[in-house]
Write a protein that binds this ligand. Structure first.
Ligand code: FUB
Ligand code: ZN
Length: 667
C-alpha cells in the first residue's frame, strides 16, 4: 500500500474512532426515547430543594456509594475483574455467582449521582473499574468473572460448575449481563461516554448470537436481562436487542427447548397466560417490568393483558401496606393470595425497588395515578426502610413486626452493614439517585405532577418549555405550591395527582381500607381562586392558557388514618395500622415503655401529630394513649399508657426490640 493511501486510511480510521467513542452531552443522552406514550422528565432536568429526599440522596452519595465500593474492593469483587482480565494473579473470590452485579449496580448509582454532583475523582475511579471490566471481557464478548476464572468450581452450593451457559437456571450469567446493560445505560446516559456501553453491546451481540429461535432456547433463571436489553435498544435503536428481550420472555413456560425452571423463576406457564404473581419476588418484579416494556414498545396486547392481570393480583391480594412484596422467606417468594404475615414478612428491599420500576412503567403506559399510588407507598415505606438513616446498614427482608428474638435479617435482628449476597445494598445505591425521575412526566400537551417534592424542573412540551417550581413540606404536610412558568403564554394541561390516601382509598383495591372516611376535602386554587377538581384517572386536570408566574395551590388534608386489612388477611384480623399522608407508621419499643406487642389501640382514642426535628432525622410522630394488655388475664384489660408511633422507615435505629405496624384494636 502506498504511503499516501496508508495515511489517508489512518486519518479516516481516526475520524471514525473519534465518532464512535465521542462523548455526547449527558443532557442529550438523558432524553433517550422511552417508547412509552408518556415520557418521564429525566432526573437531570429536576433539581431538588427539599429536606426529605435531598438528604437521603446526599447520604447515598457521601456514605453509601463509597461504602459500597469499599466493600467491593475488600471482598474481591473488583479484583475478580482484574484477575479475569489477566491484570492480576489469583482466583475468583466471590461468594455468589453474581458478585459482578454489585459493582455494576454501584457504578449505575454513582453515574446518576455524578450528573447532579460532578466529581472528577469518582469519575476517574469508575473509568478505572471500567478498564478492568473491559479486560475481563473475553474476546468474543463473554463476561462473567466467575465463569472465566473458575468454571470448574462453584461459588455457592446451589449452582453447578460447568462451562458457559451451563445450569442457566442458577448460573446467573444472564443476570450478570442484564445488570451490566442497566449500568452501562445509566453510565452512558449520565456521562455521555461509550467506554462501558461498548462492553455491554459486545456482550449483548454475543448473547444474541448464542440465544434465539433455532439456537439456544433457555431463558435465564433470574430476570433482568430483559429490561437491560430494552435499554440497549433505546440507545442503539437496533431491534435485535428488543427482539431478544421478548424472546427470553416468550421462552418462559415453553418446555420445548429447555427444562422449565418452574414457578420459582416464573417459568411454569407462558408469561402471557400468567395471572397470579408467584415465585421469587425480585425475579417476578423485574420480569413484570420487562413485560410492560414489551407491551408498550411492541404494542403487544397479549403482554398488556398479562401485566394488567398480574398487577390486579398483586395489588388486591399480595402487597403489604408498606408496598413490600414477597411474603415468604422460603424461596424469597410471593405467598398465596392474602398470605401476608408480619413477623416473618420477607419483603426484600430489591423486590420493593423492582415494584417501583414496574409501577412506573405501568403509569407510563396507562397514564393512571393508581400506579403512582403504589409507587409512592413503596417509595416512602418499603424501599427506604431498607437503608439506615446513616446510609451504612441495611435490611434485606423488611418485616412488619419484630419480637426482638426472631433474627429475620439474614441471621440478624436489626440492619446489617453488608451481606454475603449484597443485592439489596447495591440496589439501594443504584435506585436512590434516580428518585427525581419519578416526579414529573409529560405527554403531548399534558404535564403530570406525580410526586410532591420541592424543587425545580424544565419540561419540553409541544415545542415549548415550561418551568415548574414546587414548594412543599411533604411528606409531613399536604400543602403544595406549584409556580408555573411557561416560556410564553400557552394552553396546556397540568394533571396533578390526588393520592389515593387523600381520596379515602389507601390502595387501588379492597385489600386495605380506612376505618373512618375523612370528610375534609382536597382543595385546589389557581392564582388564589378555588377551582373544582376535574378528576381523570386519579389526576385533577387543569387545562388552561398558562402564563408566567401562575400559581397552583394544592391542599391535601393529612389527618392520622386508621387502616384495616380485608378480612381474608388472617394476620391482620383485629388489628389496625396507622398512616398519615404517604407514611405508614409503626410502634417501636423505645417510645412505648419497652413493649409494643401487647398494645391495644381503642378506635375512639384520639391521636395527635407532632413534628420532632430532633428525632430520627426529623419526623412527624403520632402520639396518644393505648392500653398495654395484661397477658395473665383472659379479658382485654390492662394499663393505660402514653403511646408514640414513628414512621415505619425510621425504625431499628435505637437497638433491638419489639416493633409492630399492625396493632390490636377494638371499639
Ligand atoms: O439471585 C440474585 C439476587 O440475590 C436476588 O434478586 C435476590 O433475591 C438474592 O437472592
Ligand atoms: Zn436484594
Amino acid at each position: 500500500m502506498n504511503r499516501q493511501l496508508f495515511n489517508h486510511i489512518s486519518r479516516l480510521l481516526c475520524i471514525f474512532l473519534a465518532i464512535v467513542t465521542m462523548s455526547c452531552k449527558p443532557a442529550e443522552n438523558a432524553k433517550l426515547r422511552t417508547g412509552y406514550p408518556i415520557t418521564p422528565v429525566s432526573f437531570t432536568d429536576v433539581e431538588l430543594s427539599d429536606n426529605f429526599w435531598s438528604e437521603r440522596i446526599k447520604t447515598n452519595r457521601d456514605v453509601t456509594i463509597p461504602f459500597g465500593f469499599k466493600k467491593c474492593e475488600e471482598e474481591g469483587r473488583i479484583r475478580n475483574f482484574a484477575r479475569a482480565g489477566g491484570l492480576l494473579e489469583g482466583e475468583y473470590e466471590g461468594k455468589m455467582p453474581f458478585d459482578d452485579t454489585d459493582v455494576y449496580k454501584i457504578i449505575e448509582g454513582a453515574s446518576y449521582s455524578l450528573t447532579t454532583n460532578p466529581d472528577k475523582e469518582l469519575e476517574k475511579y469508575i473509568d478505572d473499574i471500567i478498564e478492568k471490566i473491559a479486560a475481563a471481557q473475553e474476546h468474543d464478548g463473554y463476561l462473567c468473572t466467575w465463569k472465566t476464572l473458575a468454571p470448574d468450581t462453584t461459588p455457592a452450593p446451589w449452582v453447578k460448575p460447568g462451562p458457559r451457559w451451563h445450569h442457566l437456571g442458577a448460573s446467573h450469567e444472564l443476570y450478570n449481563a442484564g445488570h451490566m446493560y442497566e449500568s452501562a445505560f445509566a453510565h452512558y446516559r449520565a456521562m455521555g461516554k461509550r467506554n462501558f456501553l461498548n462492553i455491554a453491546l459486545k456482550n449483548a451481540d454475543l448473547i444474541a448470537e448464542v440465544f434465539g429461535p433455532g439456537k439456544k432456547l433457555d431463558p435465564p433463571g433470574h430476570q433482568i436481562i430483559e429490561t437491560g436489553l430494552v435499554k440497549l435498544y433505546r440507545i442503539t435503536q437496533d431491534k435485535k436487542y428488543l427482539d431478544l428481550a421478548k424472546f427470553f420472555l416468550d421462552q418462559r413456560g415453553n418446555a420445548e427447548g429447555h427444562k422449565l425452571h418452574g414457578p420459582y423463576s416464573q417459568d411454569h406457564q407462558p408469561v402471557i397466560e400468567q395471572k397470579e404473581a408467584v415465585g421469587h419476588a425480585v425475579r417476578a418484579a423485574y420480569m413484570y417490568a420487562g413485560m410492560t416494556d414489551i407491551a408498550a414498545m411492541m404494542q403487544d396486547l397479549s403482554y398488556l393483558k398479562a401485566v394488567d392481570n398480574i398487577w390486579e393480583n398483586v395489588v388486591s391480594k399480595k402487597i403489604y401496606i408498606t408496598g413490600g412484596i414477597g411474603a415468604r422467606h422460603g424461596g424469597e417468594s410471593f405467598g398465596d393470595n392474602y398470605e401476608l404475615p408480619n413477623l416473618t414478612a420477607y419483603n426484600e428491599t430489591c423486590a420493593a425497588i423492582g415494584n417501583i420500576y414496574w409501577n412506573h412503567r405501568m403509569f407510563l403506559l396507562h397514564g393512571d395515578a393508581k400506579y403512582i399510588d403504589i409507587l409512592e407507598r413503596t417509595l416512602y415505606n418499603g424501599v427506604i426502610s431498607g437503608v439506615s438513616l446513616e446510609g451504612n446498614s441495611f435490611f434485606y427482608p423488611n418485616c412488619l413486626e419484630s419480637d426482638g428474638k426472631y433474627a429475620f435479617n439474614m441471621g440478624a435482628l436489626t440492619r446489617q452493614p453488608w451481606f454475603d449476597c449484597s443485592c439489596c445494598p447495591s440496589n439501594i445505591i443504584r435506585f436512590m439517585p434516580s428518585v427525581p425521575n419519578y416526579i414529573y412526566a409529560h405527554r403531548d400537551d399534558s404535564i403530570f405532577v406525580n410526586l410532591f417534592i420541592s424543587g425545580k424542573t424544565r419540561i419540553d412540551i409541544d415545542k415549548s418549555t415550561v418551568e415548574i417550581c414546587q414548594k412543599t413540606d411533604y411528606p409531613w404536610d399536604g400543602k403544595v405550591i406549584l409556580k408555573i412558568n411557561p416560556k410564553e403564554d400557552k394552553k396546556f394541561a397540568i394533571n396533578i395527582r390526588i393520592p389515593g390516601w387523600a381520596r379515602n382509598q389507601p390502595v387501588p383495591s379492597d385489600l386495605y381500607r380506612y376505618l373512618v372516611t375523612n370528610k375534609e376535602k382536597v382543595t385546589l386554587k389557581v392564582n388564589g381562586n378555588y377551582i373544582d377538581l376535574n378528576m381523570e384517572k386519579g389526576y385533577a386536570r387543569i387545562c388552561r392558557k398558562w402564563q408566567k408566574e401562575d400559581i397552583i395551590e394544592l391542599n391535601l388534608p393529612m389527618p392520622v388514618r386508621r387502616v384495616l386489612a380485608c378480612e381474608r388477611v388472617k394476620n391482620d384480623l383485629g388489628r389496625v395500622a396507622l398512616e398519615r399522608g404517604p407514611i405508614v407508621y409503626c410502634a417501636e419499643w423505645p417510645d412505648n415503655g419497652g413493649k409494643v406487642l401487647d398494645i391495644l389501640l381503642r378506635d375512639y382514642m384520639p391521636l395527635k401529630v407532632e413534628y420532632r426535628g430532633d428525632m430520627l432525622g426529623g419526623i412527624a410522630v403520632i402520639t396518644g394513649e393505648v392500653i398495654h394488655l395484661d397477658s395473665t388475664r383472659s379479658v382485654r384489660k390492662g394499663t393505660t399508657k402514653s403511646f408514640m408511633a414513628i414512621p415505619y422507615y425510621s425504625w431499628a435505629h435505637r437497638g433491638v426490640g419489639e416493633m409492630s405496624v399492625w396493632l390490636k384494636h377494638d371499639q
